[in-house]
Design a protein around this ligand. Structure first.
Ligand code: SF4
Length: 351
């Protein structure tokens, strides 16, 4: 039986007579976060019965929740076929100007969702990669992460939430389901999360980046670059052997970007591997001509990891060098470090 969360509004409208019933159902699913068709009390009993015999109303279960000191929360989900995956709710502070021009600090939530159980890419620094690949998540399983986390935190429907596809998996390796999830998440009668508030982070599957660009959905793109030579990048991200740096960079040059946004390049800094000024110089050269933002991520060591966290001094020097040369560069706060919820630390584990 099909999961109702796998349906776009248009697909649901084709099933409903009159078609406006589909919007009522969407409201129950995405504004009221209901768990049962019987809760849809503005639909007739007969129609609810038809829904029950046609669809499942199924979200992966939250098995455990871990709370970080910084306010972030890590959720371990279990699917109907008993596989586990994780999502992380990150609490951020965003600076905004009010109508008088005064800077105000606003609390902002970002949900890092998983797109696969495990991952095929096999990055050398990533804990997810150690568990291998199990299967793709369906669009409904991706969307349900958002619904379940909003429900668990009583986040009202109108509250802004950003989505980053940076959890377990390579999103572009599960292309069709991720695209469908983006469209369901963006629907104005549902969760209404604009594509410009959704970011896909990819290890660099060039043909899929091209395909995503052609769809012109308005989503943000982040490339996990991490190295400026093919030799090192292939060691860190084996995908680089199939699509090398130049091929990925040429593809990105054609990717449509909102005029107010920048293309994001993630650079995982690893002590003694890529945290020197020579690498910063090569990075600057490589990104010449891009409206880019570099996000430095500090490697988070885990048990038996072969890499070390870089020193603060090296990270600051790297950032200062790029900023002085006019390249926007931020250091990503490692949210949820104390609960292994930081980047590259998600896995299919029972906590
Ligand atoms: S870093 Fe991302 S792409 Fe690489 S193995 Fe981990 S989950 Fe997959």
């Amino acid at each position: 039986m099909q999961n109702i969360y796998d349906l776009t509004l248009q697909e649901l409208e084709q099933f409903c007579t009159p078609s406006y019933r589909a919007k009522q159902i969407y409201s129950w699913l995405y504004h009221h976060y209901i768990d049962d068709f019987d809760a849809m009390n503005n639909l007739s009993k007969d129609f609810r019965q038809t829904l029950k015999t046609t669809f499942q109303l199924q979200r992966p279960k939250i098995i455990t929740t871990q709370h970080s000191k910084d306010g972030s929360k890590k959720y371990l989900f279990q699917t109907h076929d008993l596989h586990n995956f994780e999502s992380v709710l990150l609490k951020m502070r965003e600076s905004q100007n009010d109508e008088t021009g005064k800077i105000i600090q606003e609390e902002r939530w970002t949900l890092c969702v998983s797109s696969q159980i495990g991952c095929k890419v096999g990055c050398a620094f990533c804990l997810t990669a150690k568990s291998g690949f199990v299967r793709n998540l369906s669009a409904g399983e991706i969307v349900s992460q958002v619904v379940s986390v909003k429900k668990a935190n009583q986040i009202p429907p109108q509250k802004r939430l950003n989505i980053v596809f940076m959890g377990m998996g390579e999103p572009l390796d599960n292309f069709d389901e991720v695209i469908k999830a983006i469209q369901i998440l963006a629907n104005k009668d549902g969760l209404s999360i604009s594509p410009k508030r959704q970011t896909i982070s990819t290890s660099g599957i060039a043909p899929k980046i091209k395909k995503l660009g052609e769809l012109n959905l308005g989503v943000q793109l982040a490339l996990s670059l991490h190295a400026v030579t093919d030799e090192l990048r292939s060691k860190l991200i084996p995908m680089n052997k199939a699509y090398n740096i130049q091929e990925v960079i040429s593809t990105l040059k054609k990717f449509p970007i909102n005029s107010r946004k920048r293309l994001m390049f993630e650079y995982l800094m690893i002590a003694g591997v890529n945290d020197d000024i020579k690498s910063a110089q090569s990075l600057l050269k490589l990104l010449n001509g891009f409206k880019a933002k570099v996000n430095l991520i500090l490697f988070n060591p885990y048990e038996n990891s072969q890499f070390q966290r870089p020193s603060e001094k090296n990270v600051r020097s790297f950032q200062e060098f790029l900023m002085q040369k006019g390249l926007l560069c931020t250091i990503r706060e490692s949210k949820g470090l104390d609960i292994s919820a930081a980047c590259g630390q998600l896995r299919e584990q029972n906590l």
